[in-house]
Each structure stands twice: as C-alpha cells, then as structure tokens.
Design a protein around this ligand. Structure first.
Ligand code: HEC
Length: 152
C-alpha cells in the first residue's frame, strides 16, 4: 500500500494549530533566558554585598578585641601599621592579608592568629576581619607613613 497524505482537513488544521502553539511556547521559553540572565547577576551581586557587610560586622567585634590595641580602633595605626591606609589596602589582596593574620610576622609584635598556628581565631573569623579591613578601602586615607609605628 502506498503512503498517502491524510485528506482529513480538520485533523490537518488541528495538527498545525498545536505545532504553532508549540513553536510559540518554545520561543517564549528561549526568550526568558536573556531576561533571567540580565536579572540574575544583579541579585547575586546584591547578596554578595550583603554577605560582605555581615562578615565585616562580625569582623568589627574581633577587631576591637584582638587588633585595635596595636592597629588603632579604626585601623589608623599606633604601635602597628595603619591598615586603613591606601598604601596597605591597594597592595594587599584579601588572601595575602588573611595569610599574614593567620601566620603572623615572626620577630615582630604581630603574632599568629590562626588556631592552626597557636592563635585564637578560626579561618572564618580571619575572613571576617579581612572583610572589615577591606570595607575601609572606599575612603582609605593616603598614608605614605603607614608603616611608621609609634614606639613599635
Ligand atoms: C600586639 C600588637 C598587635 C596586635 C594585637 C595585632 N597586630 Fe597586626 N601587626 C603588628 C605589628 C607590629 C605589625 C608590623 C610587623 C612588621 O612588619 O614588622 C603588624 C602587621 C600586621 C599586618 C601586615 C601589615 C603589612 O606590613 O603588610 C596585618 C595585615 C595585621 N597586622 C593585621 C592584624 C590583625 C587583623 C590583628 C587582629 C586579629 C592584628 N594585626 C593584631 C602588631 C599587632
């Protein structure tokens, strides 16, 4: 028997109709992607900022207890370098700062703060302090003398 096209006009039209609806749905779904993608990064950006802010808040407590006596309440320095300075913030990455805080600087007053090195802070707490220090960057003063410590 030879294959023959259906001559049932009604069936044909109904098939076409559903194909058309299918195409529209597909186009609709495809169109959603760029819309979603243009929205999504901004929401991710927002939650990253919120996370950094709450981390910095936790860091503030640690800073006051463990760091401010030498580095100053606002990081302005004292018997230790001014960490709120452009000179420090623009040269040290978060990772470098975290490592310095974790292992300390041998032969100086700067001791190791990581529990792994006999200190008192967990790595989360160190991240929190780094987030606080980083939060000073937006209005960091220019301090060429940032390492000139008072009586250090
Ligand atoms: C007992 C005093 C003292 C305390 C407390 C202290 N520091 Fe320090 N810190 C120093 C001194 C002094 C230096 C400079 C050491 C050197 O370069 O010889 C230093 C250096 C640093 C540096 C490196 C700066 C550079 O030279 O690049 C960082 C970062 C730092 N401290 C962070 C912290 C943080 C965060 C805390 C609290 C968890 C803290 N310090 C607590 C004395 C202190």
């Amino acid at each position: 028997m030879r294959y023959s096209y259906s001559t049932d006009e009604k069936l044909n039209r109904s098939t076409n109709k559903w194909m058309l609806i299918g195409v529209f749905l597909l186009v609709g779904i495809v169109a959603m992607f760029p819309l979603y993608r243009s929205y999504e990064p901004s929401s991710r950006e927002g939650s990253r900022e919120a996370q950094a802010a709450s981390l910095a808040e936790e860091g503030e407590t640690i800073w006051q207890l463990s760091c401010s006596s030498c580095h100053g309440l606002a990081g302005e320095g004292g018997s230790a370098p001014a960490l709120n300075s452009k000179q420090f913030l623009q040269t040290a990455s978060d990772d470098q700062a975290a490592t310095l805080i974790a292992v300390g600087i041998p032969g100086s007053q700067m001791s190791a703060y990581s529990q792994d090195f006999g200190g008192t802070l967990t790595s989360e707490q160190i991240q929190a302090v780094v987030a606080l220090i980083r939060s000073w960057e937006s209005d960091a003063p220019d301090r060429p003398d940032w390492r000139d410590v008072v009586g250090g």
